[in-house]
Design a protein around this ligand. Sequence first.
Ligand SMILES: Cc1cc2nc3c(=O)[nH]c(=O)nc-3n(C[C@H](O)[C@H](O)[C@H](O)COP(=O)(O)OP(=O)(O)OC[C@H]3O[C@@H](n4cnc5c(N)ncnc54)[C@H](O)[C@@H]3O)c2cc1C
Length: 510
Amino acid sequence: MSEPVLVVGAGPVGMTGALVLARHGVPTVVVDALPGRMLEGSRAICVQRDVLDVLERVGAGHDIVDLGVTWYSGRIFYREHEVFTMTLPVPAPGHFPPFVNTPQNSIEGVLERRVLAEPLIDLRYRTKAVDISQDDTGVTLLVEGPDGPESLRGSHCVAADGNRSTIRKLVGLPFEGHSFGDKFLITDIRAEFDFPVPERRFYFDPDWNPGRQALLHPQPDSVWRIDWQVGDEYDLADEQATGALDKRIRTVIGDIDFELVWASLYRFHQRRVPTMQVDRVFLAGDSAHIMSPFGARGMNSGLADVENIAWKIAAVRGGWGGPGLLDSYDLERGPATDENLRVTKATMRFLCPADDDEWGRRREVLERSVTDPAASAEIDSGKLSEPYWYLESPLTTRAAPEVIAGFPTEPGVVRPVVAGVLCPDFAFPDGSRLRDRFGARFTLLTSVEVGVPVVADPADPGYGLTVVVVPEQSVVDVSAGVLVRPDGFIAAVLSDLGELGGALRRAAGW
Ligand SMILES: Cc1cc2nc3c(=O)[nH]c(=O)nc-3n(C[C@H](O)[C@H](O)[C@H](O)COP(=O)(O)OP(=O)(O)OC[C@H]3O[C@@H](n4cnc5c(N)ncnc54)[C@H](O)[C@@H]3O)c2cc1C
């Protein structure tokens, strides 16, 4: 098929989507209303390890790590007391860290370079999507570009046009949810602190922001993000004009030299579309959901969305994906969205209590945490982003009902390796990573040497099965085989290789 996929929005989600499609040989036209990539501004900084793998599959993960700062220590303070310290594990050489702080515009810079080098991607700036229609065979997008209006035709459309999404409105989807009363002030400053290692600090009720909180996050080049919760009436322009912003920053950093790199004010929202698919149009990233950034779940989940839909579109166009594959996008990413909204909502209720009862609970937990280390587990300063699980997806050869019923869903707990979770990574004896050995399509992990290609399905439409032999003692128990999808999720844990054909057909949406 020569028709492209149309991608609206060249933010991190749209560009990654186009790169995943190109990896599968699918051409795209990517349109963005902006005159070029935005160099100014400060939004996402924190990229989660498994999302670095999404980015690495399009050749960008290691570059993004190299441009960022890795932090292994997170500290929480209540007034003058340190009440919690979290230490993250240091990865083996060549493996990704749990989190890396790379500013969103650097991430976009890396992605844009990859996009511009990719002949299958036609990136058009100054090109605004203004209308869309679809029929049984494709999508027609009306755009206004530098040369006037133009009609583009594609097989499918990925709407990655951000939280004010035009496409969302044009396909008639509401953006249901609510907005928070308080605002958040983001200040990025360049300063030399005497911290021994880059660390994230969260201050509850500090003397200098009583009743509220502030977050300090490291960025590259000695830049620090200070994130303040401020009242609805807060006026940034006034604080800048009167010098009050300078005083505000000095209350945190003291009398050291600093340079203000960026300041902006945000109101956070919790919203999602009721469905992420309207026929051939798929919403991904902020066009489909927005959430408070405490936990860094916005861009991270948007990148997981877009990898999910991109391989599925490629599979259906290439004939190796079946008729149920595209519908599984909303069935998988819809619950992931609900989970991210549930977790970030709980965080925001701790950070911005809605009533006296919630304020009372917050105060009680924080007071108790000064003397009782166990209470610090109840402090919610953001539950960091993690991959979702597709245990009951139609693509998954399901685990036993009791395994699904007992699956732990609370944020941050170690997930058992069952069908539907992201396949864990590990190091081979030579130091190389399992995930680097996954094929572009399906991968079979097995512990026995398979000398000849497995004939899994006599009617194989092109699953492109890559076979990887893993050591007996690894984090993945492969008694017979583990089938891994193109996005790294476990589609099936096989007790007999004879089950492989059926598992493959299911995982490909047949
Ligand atoms: C203060 C702050 C901190 C954050 N921190 C984190 C974090 O640490 N980690 C994290 O994961 N997330 C974080 N986020 C969230 C993250 O910034 C967003 O989730 C992310 O930008 C979403 O990417 P996107 O590509 O979906 O949308 P966007 O980045 O908004 O890109 C959308 C693109 O679509 C284009 N567009 C819009 N309309 C049209 C149209 N009609 N035609 C053509 N083009 C159009 C726009 O010009 C834009 O380029 C943070 C957000 C904020 C505000």
